[in-house]
Design a protein around this ligand. Structure first.
Ligand SMILES: [Cu+2]
Length: 278
């Protein structure tokens, strides 16, 4: 009798340990620090999409290996065309995407030195395959596939793209001292002019001789990359009327930003390099 009870207790304890162990595994794979395992990109208004990818030392470490990712993004360049493939963990095409700022996909390509910047909108060719024609000069690039999957967890993670054999150098950034820039005849000023890590900041933009028009469901778009070109943030104003953007620079260092505004029917991109202090 007592043996039966002891066996029962032992197997119950065993089951409990199994449950706890599998829960711990689940927690590590599905959960992520910071948002308790929730799907990223839930923020409907600010669309503050960040990659939480921490330093990865090697230069090719930009595979979508982030634990929050249930989607693998492959980018290929061939004869003036970029092809983006979206696959789930089992290799099946991912087709369930929400329209985000009027597009199924926003696709940012930067040269490795962060000098060239392209914001493209590939068209869906078939389930899990998007294409866009865009000529890239030989060199090394990083691509950011900005999508909102309906059901799968996804964090924008850089994908390396090499065109030809020319390797592009890593960025060599120097912080701007003047945050007033003139591009295509329009003068834009950004404030503030000093930045501190880990403190929320509101980036305000004023165009001297023009008024930003609605463009892709916002009065402006700001893309920010850290000096490694890996940490990606895409911010929009909190309301459709504003040209002020809230963000937080997580770490001190140099960041490159591209602020896009539509002025007189034309999209103009203003680059800035900011030095974020401790
Ligand atoms: Cu876009």
């Amino acid at each position: 009798m007592s043996t039966i009870i002891r066996n029962w207790v032992l197997s119950a304890a065993g089951i409990l340990i199994l449950i706890m162990a599998s829960y711990a595994v689940y927690d590590r794979t599905a959960g992520n620090p910071g948002n308790g395992g929730e799907k990223p990109h839930k923020d409907m208004q600010a669309m503050n999409n960040t990659t939480e990818q921490k330093e990865h030392s090697s230069d090719h470490g930009s595979k979508p290996d982030n634990k929050q990712n249930e989607i693998q993004t492959d980018v290929e360049y061939d004869s003036g065309e970029l092809r983006i493939k979206l696959k789930d963990k089992n290799g099946n095409p991912v087709d369930q995407l929400d329209v985000n700022h009027e597009k199924l996909m926003h696709f940012i390509v930067v040269s490795r030195d962060l000098k060239q910047y392209y914001h493209l909108h590939p068209q869906k060719a078939e389930a899990g395959l998007f294409k866009v024609r865009h000529k890239l000069e030989p060199g090394s690039y990083r691509a950011f596939v900005d999508i909102k999957p309906k059901t799968k967890a996804y964090t924008v993670t850089p994908v390396d793209v090499q065109v030809g054999n020319n390797k592009t150098k890593s960025p060599d950034l120097t912080g701007d001292s003047d945050f007033t820039k003139t591009v295509s005849g329009y003068q834009l000023s950004m404030s503030p002019s000093s930045f501190k890590a880990k403190e929320p900041v509101t980036l305000s933009f004023k165009v001297k001789n023009g008024q930003p028009e609605p463009y892709l469901g916002a009065r402006g778009h700001v893309v920010i990359l850290d000096h490694t070109g890996r940490k990606y943030v895409h911010v929009h104003p909190l309301t459709e009327k504003e040209t002020a953007f809230e963000t937080t620079f997580d770490d001190p260092g140099l960041y490159k930003m591209w602020a896009e505004f539509k002025l007189n029917g034309k999209v103009i991109t203003y680059p800035f390099i900011v030095h974020v202090k401790k």
